[in-house]
Design a protein around this ligand. Structure first.
Ligand code: THU
Length: 134
């Protein structure tokens, strides 16, 4: 169970890190903050590319930073945008790799929590590592 204090910490971390978003093409800045089961927080921002399709989202940057530091268990992720946008399909899939119990906090830049939803609800009938069992 996530405490209100942790919720606020995650949202504030995502708001603060969003300043580093590199989004000169869309001007849509995204900040994310991923909480591990061990209590560490990894932040991430979107990094766009002139080749457009090689852009990477804030959520995936946070996940890849964490996994590259040896983390594999996650409790929650906060995603902050100016209008409370929801994680894209590619990010949902990458997050699903590490468990569908993940809590997703969708917030805006004023710190308002717009939605709190589990990954299981955000990505129903997910293809997960178990799907490869034969
Ligand atoms: N973006 C994210 O960072 N996360 C999402 O879940 C949705 C989209 C970024 C990608 C791109 O840099 C910009 O937002 C507009 O799509």
């Amino acid at each position: 169970m996530l405490t209100d204090e942790l919720r606020q910490t995650l949202i504030q971390t995502a708001i603060e890190t969003r300043r580093w978003a590199y989004a000169p093409y869309s001007n849509y800045l995204v900040g994310a903050a991923l909480l591990t089961s061990s209590g560490r927080i990894y932040d991430g921002i979107n990094v766009e590319s002139a080749a457009y399709s090689t852009t990477i989202c804030a959520e995936r940057v946070a996940v890849f930073k964490a996994v590259s530091e040896g983390e594999r268990e996650f409790q929650a992720i906060a995603v902050v945008t100016e209008n409370g946008g929801s994680p894209c399909g590619s990010c949902r899939q990458v997050l699903a790799e590490f468990g569908l119990d993940l809590l997703i906090l969708i917030a805006d830049i004023d710190g308002n929590l717009r939605e709190e939803i589990s990954l299981a609800d955000l990505l129903p009938n997910a293809f997960t590592p178990k799907s490869l069992d034969r």
